[in-house]
Design a protein around this ligand. Structure first.
Ligand code: BES
Ligand code: MN
Ligand code: ZN
Length: 498
């Protein structure tokens, strides 16, 4: 889809469809009033008759509105003006784009982006609108032999701003929104691919493609390299699979050479059967999404590169498949991590932390400014926070604050959970330096505590995205989260968030 920004009056738009909002009950937004004046009350008459009350989520499509240059006018209900916030704004944009896409307009000019949202800038409104528009038209039909084609899909969207001096910041925000949307689409595509296609090898290929397209450095470490580095923990997870593990490193150098990089580490288990501690059958197919952490850091670094942020960003992705076999790790096995610390594997299904700990130790060599890891790490996080917020842990409160704010700004929220020493004793092992599980209580916290033992040398945060990376049920599919959070975190660090 093509996008542009415009400032001008709604009645003068030569467009297949002009979109304006209606507050509840029956109150036209400002651009709606302008349109109505030009149309000599044609629209307000229709509203007065009760065809459009302004309830959030409702729409009314009008044809041949007099006094205008557009073919159609789409009215979008916004709910009560007093209650109009981020949520309502995003919903209105989503409904508008979906309706435009399904009602035969090739192009649309959206005036909803002129409506003030409390505490949010014009740039925020445009960035979100671009993101939502791309999101609303996302499809994954690569494996359908008959694709559902829309007869007249939406080709071009124009977002309106009130003032000419808003054009420049809006244009920049549009480009940011589109870059983030592309990162999200990449993350969704990788996530939705089945496990037999999206192998560690495939992830490595995807990383190489990003590197080529955006001029990043890409390095893939093979099993032999990991052996030489002493990554006994990562390797113990890959042992049961015919798919060789990969450690993927992507480096974007948009900042000064001596600026320390932000390192993003993503869990890349391309399928998690549980290993010898085999998972139960129902819904096991969803464990193809166990590489969504990896997909999100690839999406975020791609977005950063596309936005040409003045930052250095490094993505580190440990990728492996967790399978049961004659070669697989067994409960009770003890491995030595790259850090030298030994781990008793009491449950082979707690494999995420086993690959992450070596990737985190490896990250030391980049002399990071901060390290943020992203992982579909624990079922317990889904129990704690559901599908709304990602779990956030950090060994520095100011870093946690930054990530919470980024999630808030991005409409991709996280919630801060504790990393207190008190939880560490649950990881005691009789035979090794630590066990890889900490019992049923506070499962997400003990998983984070395990990782904390490998991140003492730098500022570090951990995002548990087990509940937010994909949707189950009828709308099963990857969400692309937390690419928006990560991208906004990077935008803010680059001073580019308006
Ligand atoms: N990938 C899973 C976590 C997961 C489970 C995410 C369900 C989303 C939905 C992870 O590797 C895992 O299996 N974790 C175990 C840890 C346990 C054995 C301590 C879990 O959460 O059950
Ligand atoms: Mn597991
Ligand atoms: Zn897993």
């Amino acid at each position: 889809m093509e996008f542009s920004i415009k400032s001008g009056s709604p009645e003068k738009q030569r467009s297949a469809c002009v979109v304006v909002g209606v507050f509840e009950p029956r109150k036209l937004s400002l651009p709606g009033e302008l349109l109505d004046n030009a149309a000599r009350n044609h629209i307000s008459d229709i509203i007065r008759r009760g065809d459009m009350e302004g309830k959030a989520g409702t729409t009314l499509l009008l044809h041949n509105v007099p006094g205008t240059l557009c073919d159609r006018v789409l009215l979008v209900g916004l709910g009560k003006e007093k209650e109009f916030r981020e949520r309502e704004y995003c919903q209105a944009i989503r409904v508008a784009v979906k309706t435009l896409n399904e009602t035969g307009s090739f192009d649309g000019t959206v005036f909803l982006t002129e409506i003030a949202v409390k505490k949010r800038s014009v740039a925020w409104r445009i960035r979100q609108a671009a993101l939502i528009a791309q999101e609303a038209t996302y499809r994954f039909d690569q494996f359908k032999s008959k694709k559902e084609e829309l007869r007249r899909p939406l080709r071009k969207l124009t977002f309106a701003v009130e003032r000419r001096n808003e054009l420049a910041p809006a244009e920049e925000a549009l480009q940011q929104g589109l870059a983030i949307a592309e990162g999200m689409a990449l993350a969704k595509n990788l996530g939705n691919l089945p496990g037999n296609v999206c192998t560690p090898e495939h992830l490595a290929g995807a990383a190489r493609q990003i590197a080529e397209a955006h001029g990043l450095d890409c390095q893939i470490l093979e099993r032999t390299d990991m052996e030489a580095l002493g990554m006994g923990s990562l390797l113990s997870v890959a042992k049961g699979s015919h798919q060789p593990p990969k450690l993927i490193v992507l480096q974007y150098k948009g900042g000064k050479p001596d600026n320390k990089p932000v390192v993003l580490v993503g869990k890349g288990i391309t399928f998690d059967t549980g290993g010898i501690s085999l998972k139960p059958g129902p819904e096991m197919d969803e464990m193809k999404y166990d590489m969504c952490g990896a997909a999100s850091v690839l999406g975020a670094i791609k977005a950063a590169a596309q936005m040409q942020l003045p930052l250095n960003v490094t993505a580190v992705v440990p990728a492996a498949e967790n399978m049961p076999s004659g070669g697989a790790s067994k409960p009770g096995d003890i491995v030595t991590s790259m850090s030298g610390q030994t781990i008793e594997i009491l449950n082979t299904d707690a494999e995420g932390r086993l690959i992450l700990c070596d990737a985190l130790t490896y990250s030391e060599r980049f002399d990071p400014e901060v390290v943020v890891d992203v992982a579909t790490l624990t079922g317990a996080c889904v129990i704690a926070l559901g599908h709304v917020a990602s779990g956030l842990f950090a060994n520095r409160d100011s870093l946690a604050r930054e990530l919470l704010d980024a999630g808030d700004e991005a409409n991709d929220r996280a919630w801060h959970l504790p990393l207190w020493e008190d939880y560490q004793e649950q990881l005691k092992s009789n035979f090794a330096d630590m066990a890889n599980i900490g019992g049923r209580a506070a499962g997400s916290v003990t998983a984070a505590c395990f990782l904390a033992r490998f991140t003492k040398k730098f500022d570090w945060a951990h995002l548990d995205i087990a509940g937010t990376a994909w949707k189950s049920g009828a709308e099963k599919g990857a969400t692309g989260r937390p690419v928006p959070l990560l991208s906004h975190f990077l935008l803010a660090r680059a001073g580019k968030l308006n």
